[in-house]
Ligand binder design. Structure first.
Ligand code: NAP
Ligand code: MG
Length: 495
């Protein structure tokens, strides 16, 4: 998710100490800009309320494993109260002229920008991702989504969905922990622009930026009940899925839970969008611009600790340049700085949870047991918290678990190919279909390959590039429906 060509997400801080005796001095962002409460309630009908059963759980800072705050666990009755509040708010909100709804969305976008530094620090504390990424990617893109969809709110009749498209009604929205505020923006902005009201369920390990967003909605004077935020665990998500009062469900998360949700909703015919997992292939041809390709490979798998649904977690490299690419790749991996996510020099932050760290460990052990060759950066890791050093596997066979399963961590599986046909066959040899990258100097070859890849997104000589105006989503087991762009409105319109 870079804002500059070539995938600059991780490109700017090579470790100087390998070149000489110099190293970067620590450059920590101060956490003082954020004030985190001891405990948070649920945001229902325009206020923070105590959960019915007074249950709560802790959210941790993954970089230290220390608790940050206690957060309410919503019960089925709390989810019901949130859905009812959204239902009450729907007639007035959907009847507002689009230009009036747009004013709220522009205001939200503006306040996110004004509070950008605070939100970046908060997201880094709760998620473990580097401050450079929250500062330069997550928060600006979240503001960008509200800004972009504000522009659509009064132009729905010109979006290609008929002369008077209507909102679906009350949208239930469930989001994961890897881009917490950004995923909230992806869900809320198009829904609100289209005149829906919402009940949002953030992930258990990263609820704080959604709760800060509730504060921003208050500041923007969004009418009560238009957005309700119910924190909790998977059971809270399931309560939202099962609630008969929702008119649409949007889910981003694992393929496994997506499958369960689709099964539960099968009899109801409820409109559903699923943004699920992936096993993206970054395909590097022998005529690729190698300096850029190396940065694209690095950004593709180590951005956000590899906790990216569209991560380029498989590298397919043309046999003729494989040795050269791997030599350069290892050198670049050694330069990645892993550690304090609040340090502006940090490239790779903390793994989001102990559970995710255990899953990465299990798959890496399977890679070794199945005979792949492991290369792990010798970088020092902090003693407390959850960490995994950047890792590259070679001698990977397409049948290995590390080539097939989503690791969702900083672990790359490298395979080679000899012909474009073989590259396409290997890239498509997955049950997923979210994203791929193609690196070649030759446009005709890139287009030939791109047309044959079964993936929702194909980047050419780039990776992890996002824009609110560009649709994003998967095929096959990566789900269905699109977020972003004009296409992203469709999920929230009764077309
Ligand atoms: P997850 O376990 O599927 O959880 C996603 C969300 O669903 C969380 O809020 C979770 O709550 C909730 N949930 C869990 N069980 C549920 C159930 N039975 N019914 C309803 N909701 C339930 O996924 P994750 O581990 O948070 O996220 C990682 C996955 O998301 C990866 O597979 C990644 O590829 C995918 N992802 C996809 C995209 C995309 O756009 N395609 C974007 C980002 C991430 P708790 O957190 O409280 O368990
Ligand atoms: Mg947390």
């Amino acid at each position: 998710m870079s804002s500059e060509p070539g995938g600059q997400g991780l490109a700017s801080t090579g470790r100087v100490s390998r070149l000489g005796d110099l190293d970067y001095a620590p450059a920590p962002e101060s956490a003082a800009i954020v004030s985190i409460a001891d405990a948070y309630g649920l945001y229902i009908d325009g206020h923070f309320t105590d959960p019915e059963r007074h249950e709560s759980f802790a959210t941790l800072n993954p970089a230290t494993a220390a608790p940050l705050a206690r957060v309410a666990r919503a019960s089925a009755a709390d989810v019901d109260a949130a859905v009812q509040a959204a239902r009450r708010a729907l007639p007035a909100w959907s009847a507002l002229p689009g230009a009036e709804r747009a004013k709220y969305l522009f205001r939200i976008s503006r306040i996110i920008q004004e509070r950008q530094r605070e939100l970046a620090v908060l997201e880094t504390l709760d998620n473990g991702k580097p401050i450079r990424e929250t500062r330069d990617v997550d928060i600006p893109l979240a503001a960008g989504h509200f800004f972009y969809y504000a522009g659509w709110a009064d132009k729905l009749a010109f979006a290609g969905f008929g002369p008077d498209p209507r909102p679906r009604g009350v949208a239930g929205q469930i989001i994961p922990w890897n881009f917490p505020l950004l995923m909230a923006a992806w869900k809320l902005a198009p829904a609100l622009a289209a005149g829906n009201t919402c009940v949002l369920k953030p992930a258990e390990t990263t609820p704080l930026s959604a709760l800060a967003l509730a504060d921003i909605l208050e500041q923007a004077e969004l009418p009560a009940g238009v957005v309700n935020i119910v924190t909790g665990d998977g059971a809270t998500g399931a309560d939202l899925v099962d609630h008969p009062g929702i008119d649409k469900l949007a889910f981003t998360g694992s393929t496994e839970v997506g499958r369960q949700i689709q099964r539960r909703l099968a009899a109801r015919g409820l409109p559903l969008t699923l943004e699920l997992g992936g096993k993206g292939a970054n395909i590097v041809f022998d005529d690729a611009p190698l300096d850029e390709a190396i940065e694209g490979i690095i950004d593709g798998i180590f951005f956000n600790q590899g906790h990216v649904c569209c991560a380029g977690s498989r590298l397919l490299v043309h046999e003729g340049v494989a040795d050269e690419v791997l030599r350069r790749l290892r050198r670049r991996v050694d330069q990645l700085r892993v550690g304090d996510p609040l340090d502006k020099n940090t490239d790779v932050g903390a793994i989001n949870s102990a559970a995710q760290l255990a899953r990465i460990g299990e798959l890496v052990a399977a890679g070794e047991a199945e005979g792949a060759t492991r290369y792990t950066s010798a970088c020092p890791l902090p003693a407390a918290g959850y960490w995994f050093a950047p890792t590259v596997f070679t001698d990977v066979a397409p049948a290995h678990r590390i080539a097939r399963e989503e690791i969702f961590g900083p672990v790359l599986a490298v395979m080679t190919f000899r012909t474009p046909e073989e590259a396409v066959a290997k890239a498509n040899d997955t049950t997923y279909g979210l994203a791929c990258g193609v690196w070649s100097e030759k446009g005709s070859r890139t287009l030939w390959v791109a047309q044959r890849l079964r993936a929702g997104v194909v980047w050419a000589n780039a990776y992890n590039r996002f824009d609110p105006a560009s649709p994003f989503g998967g095929v096959r087991e990566s789900g269905f429906g699109r977020e972003g762009g004009r296409h992203g409105l469709e999920a929230y319109l009764d077309v």
